[in-house]
Write a new protein. Structure first.
Length: 152
């Protein structure tokens, strides 16, 4: 089984939050709505916020929003980078810097989007319950973090 098919298969069976996240981004890049939706929990309260967009709530509304993005063979060339995780037994929160390929009049450029992906362990295994992405910026997006303090 290929690596991408293995990730999609793991997402369908539950896998880990990392497996579901990999399957989600692979589905974005391939424009496969069924594979993408297999990553989401089947719950009326799941939420997706596209960059600069409204809060989209529920499986049907989220599917419709991605269908619109994928219309006419469109895909989202996003690759997760610099992932920070807070995982527990039944939930996981991943803060992701997405590097997105964007077509511009000058050619291909990259934008950076900050996203938060939240996963819950459900009866069907790990599933996404929130994807919240901020508007992208051109160029390198820096991360601000607290430096560890050294005690003497």
């Amino acid at each position: 089984m290929s690596r991408s098919k293995a990730h999609i298969h793991a997402a369908t069976l539950g896998g880990t939050p990392d497996d579901v996240e990999a399957a989600f981004y692979e589905a974005l890049r391939s424009g496969d709505i069924d594979k993408l939706m297999s990553c989401w929990a089947d719950d009326d309260d799941i939420v997706c916020i596209h960059p600069g967009g409204p809060r989209v709530v529920g499986t049907g509304a989220i599917r419709t929003s991605f269908d619109a993005l994928f219309a006419n063979g469109g895909t989202i060339q996003a690759r997760p980078e610099h992932i920070r995780k807070v995982d527990s037994l039944a939930s996981a929160v991943h803060h992701v810097l997405e590097k997105v390929a964007v077509a511009t009049p000058q050619g291909l450029a990259h934008a950076y989007v900050l996203a938060t992906n939240v996963y819950h362990k459900t009866a069907q295994g790990w599933r996404m319950v929130v994807h919240h992405a901020s508007p992208g910026t051109q160029g390198e997006l820096l991360e601000v973090s607290q430096s560890p303090q050294v005690l003497h």
